[in-house]
Design a protein. Structure first.
Length: 308
């Protein structure tokens, strides 16, 4: 086993002061490297492994300990083992030869809810404790709490509480349920909403593309302000879905919004913009109105997508 030991690599006490809990990290892509640097900066002894060993070099220079194999990293792990790998399949491949008995596995690898549930069972069958996570941040946000990044966790709540202080070093830590799949489900739900927002931004800038004298920076400011003001609609939709009354608190109903869609589509035609990013949502709205629910808000569209 190839290792590099630094003064941080020993878990114990120094001059009577308890040291920070050790962390083992498997996977040193952009996100893994950002996580590693945050724990090193906070004084945690850090052991790292990466499929491409050269990526560990800079972290070793900064105080990390490198192992030649993932199994070797697990063997010496005395604290949480963080997985930040390519995908769920790579988790299985990486840990295939490792002894997981008694280990605390915290999987920050992007996965689906069902993959997370299967991986939790897989880990438990091998004697490990398991927590799944979904990172709601990009690498530059890690270690910078002022950016608002956080990680969603689900699964073993006792495991989350045991390592909570360590997990909060890179970004905020939010527990979202005992079901191991719920962190991934929340992650994908949030990213899906973000994708829809990016689609809207793309359409908005396409509309103004022909206008050479239009201030795009000014439009960006207006978009940011408007979307921020509208984001609170999520609370209203959640309340309607909980109560089953989709007319509760509605100020702009589907009938009104569907009528207004004509102007959006006509403007797209005038500006020679393909409406494909908006048309599917508008079609759902029209279908719900045709079913006789024009007085509702958008919550009724959830069922049309099969989400109920």
């Amino acid at each position: 086993m190839q290792t590099h030991t630094t003064p941080h690599a020993t878990f114990g006490t120094t001059s009577g002061t308890p040291s920070k809990p050790p962390v083992t990290l498997l996977g040193l892509g952009d996100m893994g490297t950002a996580l590693a640097r945050s724990w090193l900066a906070a004084g945690h002894p850090l052991t790292v492994w990466n499929r491409t060993p050269a990526k560990a070099g800079p972290l070793v220079d900064e105080g990390a300990r490198k192992t030649a194999t993932a199994a070797g990293a697990l063997e010496s792990a005395a604290g949480p083992v963080i997985l930040c790998l390519l995908d769920d399949a790579s988790v299985g491949e990486t840990l295939e030869a490792a002894d997981l008995h008694g280990k605390d596995l915290i999987n920050l690898t992007t996965s689906t809810p069902d993959q997370a549930r299967r991986r939790a069972r897989w880990a438990q069958e091998r004697g490990a404790r398991f927590l799944d996570g979904g990172i709601m941040a990009v690498p530059p946000m890690i270690g910078r709490p002022e950016t608002g990044g956080y990680v969603l966790y689900s699964g073993d709540h006792a495991l989350f509480e045991r390592h909570r202080e360590t997990l909060e070093v890179p970004a905020g830590a939010r527990f979202v349920g005992a079901d191991p799949g719920h962190a991934a489900l929340h992650d994908v739900a949030l990213l899906s909403a973000m994708t829809g927002m990016f689609a809207g931004l793309t359409h908005a800038f396409a509309l103004v593309a022909p206008e050479k004298d239009l201030d795009r920076a000014g439009l960006a400011t207006l978009l940011t302000e408007w979307l921020g003001a509208m984001a609170g609609a999520a609370h209203g939709m959640a309340a309607q879905l909980e109560s089953g009354d989709y007319t509760e608190g509605v100020t702009s109903n589907l009938a009104m919004m569907t009528a207004a869609n004509a102007a959006l589509l006509a403007t797209a035609q005038e500006q020679h913009v393909d409406p494909r990013l908006l048309a599917p949502y508008m079609e759902l709205m029209s279908r719900r109105v045709a079913q006789g629910y024009g007085d509702e808000g958008s919550a009724g569209l959830v069922g049309l997508l099969g989400g109920e």
